[in-house]
Design a protein around this ligand. Structure first.
Ligand SMILES: *[C@@H]1O[C@H](CO)[C@@H](O)[C@H](O)[C@H]1NC(C)=O
Ligand SMILES: *[C@@H]1O[C@H](CO)[C@@H](O)[C@H](O)[C@H]1NC(C)=O
Ligand SMILES: *[C@@H]1O[C@H](CO)[C@@H](O)[C@H](O)[C@H]1NC(C)=O
Ligand SMILES: *[C@@H]1O[C@H](CO)[C@@H](O)[C@H](O)[C@H]1NC(C)=O
Ligand SMILES: *[C@@H]1O[C@H](CO)[C@@H](O)[C@H](O)[C@H]1NC(C)=O
Length: 359
């Protein structure tokens, strides 16, 4: 017990030092990074987007060169990564707060906006799981599916669906794109802003019906709603909660713990990946290391063009354009993607960015 505490103290101190060092950068990027999570740009980090042309021009495609053919898992590395991540967070616990964490009427501070508060409503409380929806769940293979347009024409649908557990992001539509993205969804994230963006802000009955239909297609999958990140989406979360309760949907709601983002960031920081805020995609990979022996990533491609120079849509399912930020730091790098690429080459995960080969 004492040695654990000691380790944590050392961890905390080194984290504090790192936080201190990156404080300057963090301050200028606070605003946009808050948007990143709050506004929900799915499984891509916007921060990776602008620098991409520059990076590709500078380093050529070589830094993204990775072959899926002949890729082999390194199981001892996978175990090592899991063990290291467990020092910072435990996906079983941090994937969701549970009912006993709060009472209705409790006031909490938003994770990325400490000055603003949220009242835990009766509806929200009633949808908190009794126990973690990931408790004791273990899988041989998992797919984490990002939403990049790189999936279009990939014919990866069957391959994705063949995994034991499939994680998707931001309630991305699947049925119309089944050949390329598959349909199996065991765990799906939903940023509150998707209500506005994809379901007309529930302005009329048909918007609500469309949403209820989409959730009903999930059966009893986990619906993961980051409700405590930033103020702004609370009304949407309440509407969603009310619809789930009213329609008695079977979907299993989960709401990430208040410490998850900081813990994930801490892990990557101590591994010399100075991300300001992890994207949903990186969050999902980090969580998945807890319960998946083999993790395969699809739909991660934060660049406007593929390696052949062909334009790549930001999302495979809509016409959202890349958003650039004028206050971007000059040192931004497509760090997350580069990191995943390195992990692919070392056999820790498999990153598919091309067509899926027919078996
Ligand atoms: C697998 O990873 C471990 C730990 O990083 C490393 O020591 C070992 O050399 C790797 N094995 C292969 C075959 O790459
Ligand atoms: C939370 O609820 C209390 C009383 O129940 C109320 O006074 C307060 O304004 C509420 N705060 C927010 C942020 O809604
Ligand atoms: C509901 O609103 C959407 C836009 O949010 C619109 O496309 C649709 O036509 C509306 N339906 C009805 C029945 O008013
Ligand atoms: C939910 O169940 C229906 C009917 O069995 C099935 O067609 C659908 O694919 C399931 N949805 C998911 C996400 O597995
Ligand atoms: C991308 O970032 C650079 C600075 O890093 C900036 O000069 C440029 O205008 C940005 N591009 C767009 C399209 O915003």
């Amino acid at each position: 017990m004492r040695s654990i505490r000691k380790r944590w103290t050392i961890c905390t101190i080194s984290l504090l030092l790192i936080f201190y060092k990156t404080k300057e950068i963090a301050r200028t990027e606070e605003h946009q990074e808050t948007q990143l999570i709050g506004d929900g740009e799915l499984c891509l980090s916007r921060s990776l987007v602008n620098s991409s042309d520059k990076i590709i021009r500078k380093a050529g495609s070589s830094i993204f060169q990775h072959s899926v053919e002949g890729w082999k898992i390194n199981s001892s590395l996978v175990l090592e990564i899991r063990k290291n991540i467990l020092r910072f967070l435990d996906a079983e616990r941090d994937v969701s707060v549970v009912k006993s964490s709060f009472k209705p009427g409790d006031v909490i501070h938003y994770v990325l906006d400490r000055r603003r508060t949220l009242n835990i409503s009766q509806d929200l409380h009633s949808l908190l799981p009794e126990v973690s929806p990931m408790k004791n769940r273990r899988f041989k293979t998992c797919a984490v599916v990002g939403n990049s347009g790189i999936l279009l024409d990939s014919e990866c649908g069957k391959e994705i669906d063949s995994h034991n557990f499939v994680i998707r992001c931001n309630l991305a539509p699947v049925v119309e794109f089944a050949a390329d993205v598959g349909t199996k969804s065991d765990f799906i994230t939903m940023n509150p802003s998707v209500v506005q963006r994809a379901f007309g802000g529930f302005r009329n009955e048909s918007d609500r019906e469309k949403f209820v239909h989409r959730l009903s297609m999930l059966n009893d999958s986990v619906l993961w709603i980051p409700a405590f990140m930033v103020k702004g989406g609370e009304k949407h979360v309440e509407w969603v909660n009310a619809l789930i309760l009213k329609n008695k949907l079977k979907v299993r709601t989960a709401y990430p713990s208040l410490r998850l983002i900081h813990a994930v960031r801490g892990y990557w920081l101590t591994n010399k990946v100075p991300i300001k805020r992890p994207s949903t995609g990186l969050l999902m990979y980090t969580l998945a290391t807890r319960f998946c022996d083999e993790i395969h990533l699809y739909g991660f491609w934060p660049f406007p063009k593929d390696l052949n120079g062909k334009a790549v849509k930001y999302h495979y399912y809509d016409d959202l354009k890349y958003r650039y930020f004028s206050n971007a730091s000059p040192h931004r790098m497509p760090l997350e993607f580069k990191t995943l690429n390195v992990l692919h080459n070392r056999g820790a995960l498999k990153l598919t960015t091309g067509k899926c080969v027919k078996q």
